[in-house]
Design a protein around this ligand. Structure first.
Ligand code: FPP
Length: 243
């Protein structure tokens, strides 16, 4: 089975899952964190090389303050508790996003988890935290413009590779598969540039109900997709294009 080298997941539906159970939304985030933990381990054990989880978007800061603080506490707690397990599973942890907005204890937990797992060679686990793709692209464009202004490069030298390497996701390869749970079918400012040739997999399953079996379904669906990258399928390149 062809495995994606990079899976990116929009973990959606925590709030609705909790509401259906007549519980506060925070209850859904707690279950969502447990599910994230299981899926991280499953991806690691299946030999997936890169996994990006959309844990908190730039827009999520506009949620009620109590929910934002709860999510931040949950993230901090997850990182402090899980760092040792990540090392055991040989998982390297890092974060993309605007970390300047995070509470200092969460920032420190991120630094610690990133440093402690830096030498791990298995799954590359990336949390998109306080992340917004348009903001990421804006920062990259600004950096490139500054290089032009300083005379280090000419505008003609700007190409796709330069933009890709200026994004916070570099050197992680573009996602082959983007999964979104809960029935919504949009990117919500997630990896806009990087998703140019990604396969999309949408499922009605709410994130807290997402299991390893659902992950396997997504992986099977991916393995039979024909990726043509805008080219035409011929008998000669059919196999190559699908690899
Ligand atoms: C979307 O559900 C989920 C989020 C905004 C946060 C995702 C966070 C977690 C799964 C927990 C933290 C993760 C880790 C890995 C520690 P929603 O609240 O938008 O649900 P709704 O669309 O039903 O309202």
């Amino acid at each position: 089975m062809t495995l994606p080298k990079h899976i990116a997941i929009i973990m959606d539906g925590n709030g609705r899952w909790a509401q259906l159970k007549r519980k506060p939304r925070t209850f859904g985030h707690i279950k969502g964190t447990r599910v994230a933990k299981k899926i991280i381990t499953a991806c690691s054990r299946q030999g997936i090389k890169n996994l990006t989880l959309y844990a908190f978007s730039t827009e999520n800061w506009f949620r009620p303050q109590t929910e934002v603080s709860f999510l931040m506490k949950l993230l901090g707690r997850y990182l402090r508790k899980e760092t040792e397990n990540l090392v055991k599973e040989n998982i390297r942890f890092s974060v993309i996003g605007d970390l300047s907005k995070l509470p200092s204890d969460v920032f420190q937990a991120i630094q610690k988890a990133s440093e402690t797992t830096a030498q791990c060679t298995g799954l590359n686990l990336v949390f998109a935290l306080s992340y917004g793709s348009r903001q990421e692209i804006t920062v990259a464009v600004r950096e490139i413009a500054e290089k032009v202004a300083r005379g280090e490069i000419s505008p003609g030298q700007i190409d796709e590779a330069m933009i890709s390497t200026s994004l916070s996701t570099y050197p992680t390869p573009d996602p082959d598969l983007i999964v979104r749970t809960s029935g919504e079918q949009r990117l919500s400012n997630f990896l806009l540039w990087q998703a140019a040739y990604s396969e999309f997999y949408f499922t009605e399953v709410l994130w807290p109900n997402f299991t390893e079996a659902h992950l396997d379904e997504a992986l099977s669906a991916f393995s039979v997709r024909q990726r043509r990258y805008g080219k035409v399928a011929t008998n000669d390149n059919l196999e190559k294009l699908s690899n």
